[in-house]
Design a protein around this ligand. Structure first.
Ligand code: SF4
Length: 72
């Protein structure tokens, strides 16, 4: 299992994206109200993690369950 881990500057939020499960379907990109995600080389990247409002929609929307969020 290859998991990429991203952390907010203050350390309060950690998002993990499973690189094998993520198929770049963009549900998280589309659903996130804070526009946290980009698609980079076909994988979800929470490039603006510091903007996260901890709504958990990215986790809930992913059909592959590729996203883990420390608050969700
Ligand atoms: S928890 Fe909500 S605001 Fe944070 S990255 Fe996921 S969808 Fe965006």
């Amino acid at each position: 299992m290859v998991v990429k881990k991203y952390e907010s500057k203050d350390g309060s939020i950690v998002i993990e994206v499973d690189q094998e499960l993520c198929e770049g379907l963009s549900d998280c990109v589309d659903v996130c109200p804070a526009s946290v995600y980009d698609l980079v080389d076909g994988k979800a990247v929470p490039a603006r993690i510091d903007e996260c409002i901890e709504c958990c929609q990215c986790v809930d929307s992913c059909p592959k369950n590729a996203i883990k969020h420390s608050s969700c």
